[in-house]
Structures are given as C-alpha cells and as structure tokens.
Design a protein around this ligand. Sequence first.
Ligand code: SAH
Length: 266
Amino acid sequence: MTDTPRSHGRKTIRPSLQPRDLMSEEVHLVRAWQAQVITLFPEAFPGVLGLSLTGRALQEGRWQLHAIPLREFGEGKHRNVDDTPAGGGAGMVLRPDVMGRAVETAMQRVAGPVIYLSPRGRPFSQAMARSLATMPGATFICGRFEGLDQRVIDHYDIAEVSVGDFVLTGGEIAAQAIIDATVRLLPGVLGNAASTEEESFSEDLLEHPQYTRPAEWQGRAIPDVLMSGHHGEIARWRRAQAEAITRARRPDLWARHMARTGRAEE
Ligand code: SAH
C-alpha cells in the first residue's frame, strides 16, 4: 500500500491518524462501511481491529467505527445502567429504558441492522458476514452481566447473533469477531481478492492444508505435488484435501456441500 492519502467520499483520511481518532461520531465517510457499537467499555475498541489489515482499512476510510458509550445514557447521578433481575436470581440486567435511549441514538446515526450479541442468537456464519458486507453498516449491542431486558429486543425487533456455544463475559469480543469477519470482505481490504474465494466456508468446504518454506522441517517434507509446479494437479490435490477434511471434521458442512453440488453421499 502507498503512503498517499486516499479519498473515500467527502473526507480525505491521512494514514498517520491513529485508529482511535477514526472512531469519530461526527464524521461519516460516504462510502465507508459503518460499524457502530453500543458498549459499557468503549475503550475496548478498536482493539485488535486497529491492527493489521482491518487497522489499515480503518485508516484508509474503507470502514468506520463508532463507539456509543452506554454509560452516557444511564440513570441519575451515578448513570446506572443495570438493575436486579425481575423474579430474582443472580446478577444484574441491563435496563430497557437506558438501552432504549442508546438504540434510538444509534438508529439515527447508522443505517443497517441492529444486532444484539447473545449466546441465544442465531449462530454467526461466513454467509452472515457476506451479507453484512453488502449493507451500509450495522449496530452491535454488547451485553454485560446477565444480558439485556427482553422488552428492548422485542420492541426494536433486534436480531440476536451468537459467536458460538459458550458464554463470554460481554459482547465486545463477539462484536469484534463479527466486525473483523465482515470488514475483511469489503472491497480492497485484503490485498489478494482471490483469497476470500478459496478459503474455508466457500462452497461449504474447509480449506486444504497450507505449507511454506523450508521444504523440509523436523523430517517432514512438503507434499511433492505442491513442489511439482503442475497447477492442475495442485488444484485437484487441494480440492481432495478440502473435501476429506470437511467430511471428517464437519459432517454438517459436508452434507450442505453435497446438497449444493448435487452429489449423493457415497
Ligand atoms: N445470561 C446470559 C449470558 C450473559 S453473558 C445467558 O445465559 O444467555 C453477558 C453478555 O456477553 C451477553 O449479554 C452477550 O452480549 C455476551 N455474550 C456472551 N456469550 C456470547 C456468545 N456466545 N455470543 C455472543 N455474545 C455473547
């Protein structure tokens, strides 16, 4: 990438800006994908998203990050955001009035779906990342404690999305995972566009194994076919490996792949 300023819409972004400077609430670049996050911990952003390819794309204005601090919408002098669960039980629940005000603000600022990160949600997938990447942006609600009052979810018809069958302490890491998976699909973010077409989950297959130099390590050689220079054979070998790995590790993906390609299980 060059060091020259790059224009993506109204404003020219200098690559020397720090990621945090780019998390502005005021400036929205016209063609940048907008990631908006409602969180009690805005300092957790951009976090790892400010590094490497996603960080460079942030500096280039290909996407923007807006953190909405939930605390600012809190009640009273102490800006309370949570209360004890109705019906009793452990922990605290995020209040619907407080979150409602944050969601209203968020919806005025960024177009696109509002997503609540939640272990009860629809499992996140590469297909969802592809779909999000075609939208103007998205708003992510990070829960904490026992989560969010159900009425906010119902009132705004908020989509619940999970990053896996485990429980995190908060939605921030989940939001970062989804934003990362989406941003790398935006045009120009990955240097080599072809790499998103061949990687895991395209065509419901896991990726073939990868090797690099040295040619031999700990007595293990790179498979001969990869050193043959024969592109057709390499492609066939990689395909066969991808199929074998998918079939062995992920029967669910394999079944989808077979259905997609119209093949019957042997
Ligand atoms: N009591 C809730 C868990 C709360 S964990 C339950 O049992 O369902 C606190 C917050 O972490 C959640 O509100 C959610 O925003 C986030 N979180 C935890 N696990 C998650 C997961 N697997 N995917 C997405 N978000 C998650």
